[in-house]
Design a protein around this ligand. Structure first.
Ligand SMILES: Cc1ncc(COP(=O)(O)O)c(C=O)c1O
Length: 394
């Protein structure tokens, strides 16, 4: 069983008391669980659980009689996502199945010529690698910048670009190492060279502020099930208005048409906005859930959330930095180079056995990036984080 830090220790650290209670009522997590796995699949907040339950009950009782109000919730969700991303208009927001689908829409929609190349990083999650590599059948090369080398990771990415580079695709935070990239710097480098900039934001959206205009992103995608605290299977896809027409459509259906409810019309005119990427019926259950989760995130304030997440990260990094005789920290320590993920490796045992030990103590974490990955969120009580870390000294 997990044991809490002694109360004397709790009193000595003021922020422990603070973190213990602030968001407690927003989540239903069992007290025996220490949930440090938001970079995998997050638990839903109480209000999301309630929204899913209410939606199921309404559907079971009245069917879709109230469909107009479901559509209204969907429009509220688009506005929440616009706000979160600082996009100009909801016309730039599409709701897709997942991050991988959005990446595929971009990769297989853009016009390529043999000899073009795409730059990605050497640390990418498979979704943000295989989709670009799949273009090799068209003679398009995927270049992997080695971010592990000394020097700036952004400079390593830019160094891979040449006059045939058409697109840069990066995760805002690397899923394994936890490295956070300077998106503004990368976006500027891309714009100066006429290169499209694609950001897989699943490892930061909901935890870190992301301003699509400030970082000059052309495409941003993120599924809801990690830092956005929502179910799997509903993702946001941001597509900058100016580049939307460059993406050829590869999926067709009624919902992408300009007038989707004119069922008897023979018109095939497609929507002028990003709804063109949504070919069929929306995932209304997911819409209601993500809307509720964003209500908590936006209501709490993304700046405040980012601060709390980074406080947790610093707390973990400092704890590990005092134990470098036993652990190697994989995540960069430098402020600005990490988000909510901290990955570390034991020096005298295997990461697998350390991971098993955490599992036995009901600490939810993951084996990634060559070590054990911790990913608490803004609401994670500091006392729980300390309890998990204290297991390293036991
Ligand atoms: C960086 C990154 N991109 C994409 C994915 C997968 O996203 P999806 O399942 O929404 O396609 C993950 C999941 O771990 C991830 O870490």
């Amino acid at each position: 069983m997990v044991t809490s830090p002694p109360s004397s220790q709790r009193e000595k650290i003021p922020e422990l008391r603070h973190h213990c209670t602030m968001f407690e009522s927003e989540f239903l997590l069992d007290d025996s669980v220490i949930y440090l796995n938001h970079a995998a699949v997050a638990p839903w907040p109480r209000r999301t659980v309630d929204a899913v339950r209410a939606f199921a009950e309404e559907n079971g009782t009245f069917g879709s009689s109230n469909y107009a109000s479901w559509v209204h919730t969907e429009s509220l969700l688009r506005e929440q996502l616009r706000q979160l991303l600082h996009a100009r208009s909801t016309d730039e927001i599409a709701l897709l199945k997942n991050t991988s689908e959005a990446l595929s829409v971009v990769a297989w929609g853009l016009p390529w010529a043999a000899g073009d190349n795409i730059v990605i990083s050497s640390q990418e999650f498979p979704s943000n690698r295989v989709v670009w590599e799949s273009l090799d059948v068209l003679g398009v090369q995927t270049r992997h910048a080695d971010l592990g080398k000394d020097g700036s990771p952004e400079a390593a990415l830019v160094a891979c670009m040449d006059d045939r580079t058409r697109l840069l695709s990066v995760s805002s935070v690397q899923y394994g190492s936890g490295l956070r990239l300077d998106l503004a710097r990368l976006g500027k480098a891309c714009r100066e060279r006429g290169i499209l900039f694609c950001v897989d934001a699943i490892q930061s959206l909901g935890a870190m502020d992301l301003n699509v205009r400030a970082c000059q992103a052309d495409f941003v995608m993120a599924d809801g099930h990690k830092w956005l605290l929502a179910p799997e299977g509903l993702a946001v896809f941001y597509c900058r208005q100016e580049v939307m027409d460059r993406i050829a459509l590869k999926q067709y259906g009624w919902h992408m048409l300009k007038d989707p409810l004119s069922f008897d019309s023979r018109s095939r005119e497609i929507a002028h906005n990003a709804r063109r990427f949504e070919c069929g019926s929306p995932n209304m259950l997911g819409v209601h859930a993500l809307h509720a989760s964003l209500d908590l995130i936006i209501g709490t304030g993304i700046d405040r959330i980012e601060q709390l997440v980074l406080d947790n990260t610093r707390f973990m990094l400092d704890f590990l930095a005092a134990r470098t005789d036993r652990f190697e920290i994989i995540t960069p320590h430098t402020p600005g180079q990490h988000g909510g993920i901290v990955t570390f490796k034991p020096l005298h045992e295997s990461p697998e056995s350390l991971f098993d030990m955490f599992r036995q103590h009901r600490v939810a974490c993951a084996l990634r990036g060559g070590g054990v990955r911790f990913s608490p969120h803004f609401y994670t009580p500091r006392k729980k984080l300390l309890t998990a870390l204290a297991l390293l000294d036991a």
